[in-house]
Design a protein around this ligand. Structure first.
Ligand SMILES: *Cc1c(COP(=O)(O)O)cnc(C)c1O
Length: 500
């Protein structure tokens, strides 16, 4: 300690340190409590009354402009900030809690999940590691997912943002399984350049991105054609693997789909497993939304073979209705998983007692160190509803898709563009210039607030794509969507006729 340091005057007068108003806690807990109860009640009303509001509405320019304001230096009363939320944020959210939301693949969330999220935020646990019960809650979910998918006790699992991240991590685990942990020091080097991966043309774009981010490049991903049901063509896959071996390359990784994003196709996972076993390749399943179909007795047989995968990426925030975000990666060989990510650091030293015990920690299984308590909202959701009810809700979304398919088949002005396999219906309004007409119809549906499907391109044709994921969606929402499509379609084609 230097003399100069010793002589320095205190930077702050110590009497001011006792002033609790300098913390971020309120001076008056009763006022905060009243405000908090109001927020909670308002949000219950918001969710309970969701059907009475538009699914989505365009954001007025003044509203958007409010979120271009300067950095707030001075405090604002919580009630005023909350009013801004109520007036300018809540009305202009995505709309995926609404039963008329059928775009992309979005879960609807639940009030139970919301409450759990609030409790998790109150605890403010950092689930990167250490010995505290939130980590055990996450381990409980890992054990439950092993049970769901028939994985062994040695399998590992971890919450991540979403399946995009889970898929990237699976590529990294398969890479170190193939090249050995030495790849973590040496990088891919020469032998990495020979590794090739396979998936179907129907797989989500995040698989190609994972190959890019993992350093292989998207060129190392072979995109195999699909059959008429959009499932990977196993014979074509075999041919490609043989051709790559003949060219001196090393096939190492196959991604099967359990619910493709376009139409919900499920690959033949047993056949993929047999092929991967023969070829000594890693089988990863992208089950982002479809894997939780395992909870439905009707759908589980369609996922046969998923229990043999080396890893599965899936989201509790889609069909599982857990509030965003709650992605998950399950890996059969937990040790391989740990060896891919664990890294010693002096400041993360493990002990056998005290708060620094409990190794291995979640941070040993992925790239994140600080992590929130995603497990709590998942634990509340699984316990409160139980897997039977969740499975029945998942089945029901598929029943609704079949109801919609039947209505479309009976309506000559509409045509189906893909077989309905799960909960996704792709169709369109028949018209000249149908791509343009249907894109306009979808924009009009969004702007009307009646329904929010999205679009996709199937065989070069634009389809209206309705993915029924939300537990609140009912027959009336399907009816409302289809009658609005007919109405807007008639309006659009009348307009086109006038223009031409
Ligand atoms: C949603 C989805 C993804 C991406 O998952 P995120 O949770 O959005 O990262 C990947 N694959 C499929 C099939 C999906 O439906």
């Amino acid at each position: 300690m230097t003399a100069a340091w010793r002589a320095a005057p205190p930077l702050v007068p110590t009497d001011s340190l006792s002033d609790t108003s300098e913390t971020l806690d309120p001076d008056n807990w009763d006022a905060l409590r009243a405000q908090g109860h109001r927020m909670l009640d308002d949000m219950f009303d918001h969710i309970a009354g969701v059907r009475d509001r538009p699914v989505w509405q365009p954001i007025p320019a003044q509203t958007r402009a409010r979120f271009r304001s300067p950095l707030p230096h001075a405090p604002t009363d919580l009630g005023d900030v909350y009013r801004e939320f109520s007036d300018h944020i809540a009305p202009y959210a995505t709309g995926n809690i609404h039963p008329g939301f059928m775009g992309w693949v979005h879960g609807g969330g639940s009030a139970v999940g919301m409450l759990a999220e609030m409790l998790a935020a109150g605890l403010n646990a950092n689930c990167g590691g250490r010995d505290h019960i939130p980590i055990e809650v996450e381990r409980q979910i890992v054990a439950w997912t092993r049970q769901m998918f028939g994985f062994p006790d040695t399998a590992s699992g971890i919450f991540v943002t979403g399946t995009s991240m889970a898929n990237l991590m699976a590529v990294l685990v398969a890479r170190s399984a193939r090249l050995g942990s030495v790849v973590r020091q040496q990088g891919l080097a020469d032998h990495g350049a020979k590794l090739v991966a396979y998936t179907s043309v129907a797989t989500h774009g995040c698989i190609a991105q994972a190959m890019d981010l993992a350093g292989f490049g998207t060129g190392a991903l072979r995109r195999i054609p699909v059959d008429r049901n959009h499932c990977i063509d196993i014979a074509a896959l075999r041919v490609q693997i043989a051709a790559d071996r003949a060219a001196g390359l090393t096939p190492f990784f196959v991604v099967g789909s359990a619910g493709t994003v376009d139409i919900g196709a499920i690959d033949d996972l047993n056949a993929l497993h047999a092929l991967c076993r023969d070829e000594q390749m890693w089988l990863h399943v992208d089950g982002a939304y479809g894997a939780l179909g395992i909870l439905s007795p009707d759908l589980a047989p369609r996922l046969a073979g998923i229990e043999r995968a080396d890893s599965i990426g899936f989201d509790f925030h889609k069909w599982g209705q857990v509030p965003y975000d709650a992605g998950f990666l399950l890996v059969r060989d937990g040790e391989q998983h740990r060896q891919t990510f664990a890294a010693p650091a002096a400041y993360l030293r493990r002990e056998t007692r005290g708060l620094a015990a409990g190794s291995p920690w979640p941070c040993d299984y992925g790239p994140d160190l600080s992590r929130g308590f995603r497990a709590l909202k998942t634990w509340f959701t699984l316990k409160t509803f139980g897997t039977e009810k969740l499975g029945a809700m998942i089945s029901r979304t598929c029943d609704l898709a079949r109801y919609m398919e039947a209505k479309i088949a009976a309506e000559p002005r509409l045509e189906l563009l893909a077989p309905v396999q799960l909960n996704i219906v792709c169709f369109r309004y028949r018209a000249d210039d149908a791509d343009r007409v249907n894109a306009d119809i979808v924009a009009m549906l969004h702007e009307s607030g009646i329904s929010a499907p999205s679009t996709t391109i199937l065989d070069g044709r634009l389809a209206i794509r309705a993915a029924i994921v939300n537990h609140r969606t009912d027959m009336q929402d399907i009816d409302a969507l289809l009658s609005a499509v007919l109405e807007f379609g008639a309006r659009e084609t009348a307009l086109l006729n006038i223009e031409s």
